[in-house]
Ligand binder design. Structure first.
Ligand code: LAC
Length: 226
Protein backbone atom coordinates (compact mmCIF):
# COMPACT_ATOMS: atom_id res chain seq x y z
CA UNK A 1 0.00 0.00 0.00
CA UNK A 2 2.70 2.48 0.91
CA UNK A 3 5.52 1.13 -1.23
CA UNK A 4 5.77 0.50 -4.93
CA UNK A 5 3.34 3.23 -5.84
CA UNK A 6 4.02 5.03 -9.07
CA UNK A 7 6.02 8.18 -8.25
CA UNK A 8 4.02 11.29 -8.94
CA UNK A 9 5.47 14.40 -10.59
CA UNK A 10 3.03 16.83 -8.96
CA UNK A 11 0.43 16.78 -6.21
CA UNK A 12 -2.92 18.39 -6.90
CA UNK A 13 -5.16 19.01 -3.90
CA UNK A 14 -8.84 19.49 -3.41
CA UNK A 15 -9.35 22.55 -1.18
CA UNK A 16 -12.51 22.35 0.93
CA UNK A 17 -12.44 19.45 3.37
CA UNK A 18 -8.96 18.36 2.29
CA UNK A 19 -6.71 21.33 3.13
CA UNK A 20 -9.28 23.65 4.71
CA UNK A 21 -11.83 22.60 7.29
CA UNK A 22 -15.29 23.72 6.14
CA UNK A 23 -16.57 23.08 9.64
CA UNK A 24 -14.44 25.89 11.03
CA UNK A 25 -17.62 27.94 10.46
CA UNK A 26 -19.24 26.08 13.38
CA UNK A 27 -18.05 28.63 15.96
CA UNK A 28 -19.65 31.52 14.05
CA UNK A 29 -22.81 29.49 13.40
CA UNK A 30 -23.00 28.50 17.07
CA UNK A 31 -22.80 32.13 18.14
CA UNK A 32 -25.74 33.01 15.90
CA UNK A 33 -27.78 29.89 16.65
CA UNK A 34 -26.71 28.36 19.99
CA UNK A 35 -26.91 24.58 20.01
CA UNK A 36 -27.51 24.39 16.26
CA UNK A 37 -24.06 25.32 14.86
CA UNK A 38 -22.80 21.81 14.13
CA UNK A 39 -26.06 20.65 12.57
CA UNK A 40 -26.22 23.79 10.46
CA UNK A 41 -22.65 23.41 9.21
CA UNK A 42 -23.16 19.75 8.27
CA UNK A 43 -26.47 20.34 6.50
CA UNK A 44 -25.01 23.40 4.72
CA UNK A 45 -22.02 21.46 3.37
CA UNK A 46 -24.24 18.59 2.18
CA UNK A 47 -26.68 20.95 0.44
CA UNK A 48 -23.82 22.99 -1.05
CA UNK A 49 -22.37 19.88 -2.72
CA UNK A 50 -25.84 18.73 -3.83
CA UNK A 51 -26.36 22.08 -5.53
CA UNK A 52 -23.02 21.78 -7.37
CA UNK A 53 -24.08 18.42 -8.79
CA UNK A 54 -27.59 19.60 -9.61
CA UNK A 55 -26.43 22.77 -11.33
CA UNK A 56 -23.95 20.76 -13.41
CA UNK A 57 -26.69 18.32 -14.48
CA UNK A 58 -29.09 21.19 -15.17
CA UNK A 59 -26.38 23.01 -17.15
CA UNK A 60 -27.13 26.09 -15.05
CA UNK A 61 -23.71 26.89 -13.66
CA UNK A 62 -23.30 29.54 -10.97
CA UNK A 63 -20.05 30.09 -9.12
CA UNK A 64 -19.30 28.40 -5.80
CA UNK A 65 -19.91 31.55 -3.78
CA UNK A 66 -23.44 31.74 -5.16
CA UNK A 67 -24.00 28.04 -4.51
CA UNK A 68 -22.62 28.46 -0.99
CA UNK A 69 -24.98 31.39 -0.38
CA UNK A 70 -28.03 29.62 -1.85
CA UNK A 71 -27.44 26.40 0.06
CA UNK A 72 -27.06 28.30 3.34
CA UNK A 73 -30.32 30.17 2.73
CA UNK A 74 -32.09 26.89 1.98
CA UNK A 75 -30.75 25.15 5.07
CA UNK A 76 -31.51 28.05 7.45
CA UNK A 77 -35.10 28.14 6.20
CA UNK A 78 -35.35 24.35 6.37
CA UNK A 79 -34.04 24.31 9.95
CA UNK A 80 -36.32 27.24 10.83
CA UNK A 81 -33.40 29.43 11.88
CA UNK A 82 -34.23 33.13 11.79
CA UNK A 83 -31.15 34.31 9.89
CA UNK A 84 -30.94 37.96 8.85
CA UNK A 85 -29.33 38.99 5.56
CA UNK A 86 -26.29 40.09 7.60
CA UNK A 87 -26.13 36.68 9.36
CA UNK A 88 -26.17 34.88 6.01
CA UNK A 89 -23.57 37.19 4.50
CA UNK A 90 -21.32 36.80 7.55
CA UNK A 91 -21.37 33.01 7.36
CA UNK A 92 -20.66 33.00 3.62
CA UNK A 93 -17.78 35.40 4.17
CA UNK A 94 -16.40 33.02 6.81
CA UNK A 95 -15.67 30.63 3.93
CA UNK A 96 -12.86 33.00 2.97
CA UNK A 97 -11.06 32.45 6.27
CA UNK A 98 -11.52 28.73 6.95
CA UNK A 99 -8.77 27.14 9.03
CA UNK A 100 -6.40 24.61 7.48
CA UNK A 101 -6.22 21.15 9.01
CA UNK A 102 -3.16 20.82 11.28
CA UNK A 103 -1.85 17.90 9.20
CA UNK A 104 -1.96 20.10 6.08
CA UNK A 105 0.27 22.67 7.74
CA UNK A 106 2.80 19.93 8.49
CA UNK A 107 2.60 18.02 5.21
CA UNK A 108 2.55 20.72 2.55
CA UNK A 109 6.12 22.05 3.04
CA UNK A 110 7.50 18.49 3.08
CA UNK A 111 5.75 17.62 -0.18
CA UNK A 112 6.57 20.97 -1.78
CA UNK A 113 10.28 20.27 -1.29
CA UNK A 114 9.94 17.34 -3.72
CA UNK A 115 7.42 18.19 -6.44
CA UNK A 116 5.19 21.13 -7.40
CA UNK A 117 1.87 21.45 -5.57
CA UNK A 118 -1.42 22.78 -6.96
CA UNK A 119 -5.03 23.25 -5.89
CA UNK A 120 -7.95 22.20 -8.08
CA UNK A 121 -11.19 23.30 -6.48
CA UNK A 122 -14.85 24.04 -6.95
CA UNK A 123 -14.08 27.38 -5.29
CA UNK A 124 -14.39 30.61 -7.26
CA UNK A 125 -11.02 32.33 -7.83
CA UNK A 126 -11.73 35.20 -5.40
CA UNK A 127 -12.73 32.75 -2.65
CA UNK A 128 -9.58 30.66 -3.15
CA UNK A 129 -7.31 33.70 -3.33
CA UNK A 130 -8.72 35.06 -0.07
CA UNK A 131 -8.39 31.69 1.65
CA UNK A 132 -4.80 31.21 0.53
CA UNK A 133 -3.80 34.72 1.56
CA UNK A 134 -5.60 34.45 4.90
CA UNK A 135 -3.60 31.30 5.70
CA UNK A 136 -0.23 32.46 4.34
CA UNK A 137 -0.06 29.81 1.60
CA UNK A 138 0.90 32.28 -1.17
CA UNK A 139 4.19 30.50 -1.85
CA UNK A 140 2.96 26.94 -1.36
CA UNK A 141 1.06 26.27 -4.57
CA UNK A 142 2.48 26.83 -8.03
CA UNK A 143 -1.06 26.78 -9.49
CA UNK A 144 -4.48 27.46 -7.99
CA UNK A 145 -7.07 26.15 -10.44
CA UNK A 146 -10.79 26.89 -10.20
CA UNK A 147 -13.66 25.08 -11.89
CA UNK A 148 -14.69 28.51 -13.16
CA UNK A 149 -12.31 27.92 -16.07
CA UNK A 150 -14.41 24.88 -17.05
CA UNK A 151 -17.83 26.37 -16.22
CA UNK A 152 -18.96 23.18 -14.52
CA UNK A 153 -18.34 21.54 -11.13
CA UNK A 154 -16.50 18.40 -10.07
CA UNK A 155 -16.63 15.55 -10.88
CA UNK A 156 -17.04 16.58 -14.53
CA UNK A 157 -13.88 15.37 -16.36
CA UNK A 158 -13.46 18.84 -17.89
CA UNK A 159 -12.54 20.07 -14.43
CA UNK A 160 -9.80 17.49 -13.90
CA UNK A 161 -8.50 18.23 -17.41
CA UNK A 162 -7.64 21.76 -16.19
CA UNK A 163 -4.79 20.27 -14.11
CA UNK A 164 -3.44 18.23 -17.02
CA UNK A 165 -3.48 21.30 -19.24
CA UNK A 166 -1.80 23.55 -16.69
CA UNK A 167 0.81 21.09 -15.45
CA UNK A 168 1.49 19.71 -18.93
CA UNK A 169 1.93 16.13 -17.78
CA UNK A 170 -0.11 12.94 -18.24
CA UNK A 171 -2.93 12.42 -15.75
CA UNK A 172 -1.35 9.31 -14.29
CA UNK A 173 1.77 11.30 -13.34
CA UNK A 174 -0.38 13.64 -11.26
CA UNK A 175 -1.22 12.64 -7.70
CA UNK A 176 -4.70 13.93 -6.90
CA UNK A 177 -5.55 14.26 -3.22
CA UNK A 178 -9.06 14.65 -1.84
CA UNK A 179 -10.87 13.87 1.38
CA UNK A 180 -14.15 13.82 -0.52
CA UNK A 181 -14.72 10.19 -1.56
CA UNK A 182 -16.85 11.19 -4.55
CA UNK A 183 -14.12 13.60 -5.75
CA UNK A 184 -11.48 10.88 -5.36
CA UNK A 185 -13.71 8.59 -7.46
CA UNK A 186 -14.16 11.26 -10.14
CA UNK A 187 -10.44 11.90 -10.24
CA UNK A 188 -9.63 8.19 -10.53
CA UNK A 189 -12.20 7.74 -13.31
CA UNK A 190 -10.45 10.61 -15.10
CA UNK A 191 -7.08 8.88 -14.85
CA UNK A 192 -5.15 10.56 -12.03
CA UNK A 193 -3.16 8.62 -9.46
CA UNK A 194 -5.47 9.16 -6.49
CA UNK A 195 -5.00 9.44 -2.78
CA UNK A 196 -8.21 9.52 -0.75
CA UNK A 197 -7.75 11.13 2.66
CA UNK A 198 -10.44 9.37 4.62
CA UNK A 199 -10.55 11.81 7.52
CA UNK A 200 -13.83 10.58 8.98
CA UNK A 201 -13.54 6.81 8.54
CA UNK A 202 -16.23 6.88 5.87
CA UNK A 203 -17.22 3.93 3.71
CA UNK A 204 -15.70 3.58 0.24
CA UNK A 205 -17.87 5.01 -2.53
CA UNK A 206 -19.33 2.35 -4.84
CA UNK A 207 -18.80 4.13 -8.14
CA UNK A 208 -16.87 1.52 -10.08
CA UNK A 209 -13.41 2.97 -9.36
CA UNK A 210 -11.22 2.91 -6.27
CA UNK A 211 -8.47 5.28 -5.14
CA UNK A 212 -4.90 4.03 -5.45
CA UNK A 213 -4.20 4.80 -1.82
CA UNK A 214 -6.35 5.50 1.24
CA UNK A 215 -4.80 7.39 4.14
CA UNK A 216 -6.19 9.10 7.20
CA UNK A 217 -4.21 12.35 7.04
CA UNK A 218 -2.08 14.38 4.66
CA UNK A 219 1.08 13.82 6.70
CA UNK A 220 0.94 10.15 5.69
CA UNK A 221 1.35 11.03 2.00
CA UNK A 222 5.06 11.32 2.60
CA UNK A 223 5.18 7.57 3.21
CA UNK A 224 4.30 7.01 -0.42
CA UNK A 225 7.84 8.01 -1.31
CA UNK A 226 9.46 5.63 1.17
C1 LAC B 1 -13.54 21.53 -3.65
C2 LAC B 1 -14.72 20.86 -2.99
C3 LAC B 1 -15.05 19.58 -3.62
O1 LAC B 1 -12.71 22.19 -3.01
O2 LAC B 1 -14.52 20.62 -1.67
O3 LAC B 1 -13.46 21.40 -4.87
Amino acid sequence: MTQGNRPVRAWVFDAYGTIFDVHSVIAAAEQLFPGRGTALSKAWRAKQLEYTWLRSLMQRHADFEQVTRDSLAFVCADMELAASAADLAGLVTAYRSLAPYPDAIVALPVLQARVPLAILSNGAPAMLDALIRHNGFENTFSAVLSVEDAGVFKPDPRVYQLAVDRLKMPAVDIGFVSSNGWDAAGAKAFGFTVCWINRNNAGTEKLGVEPDVVLSALTDIDRLFA
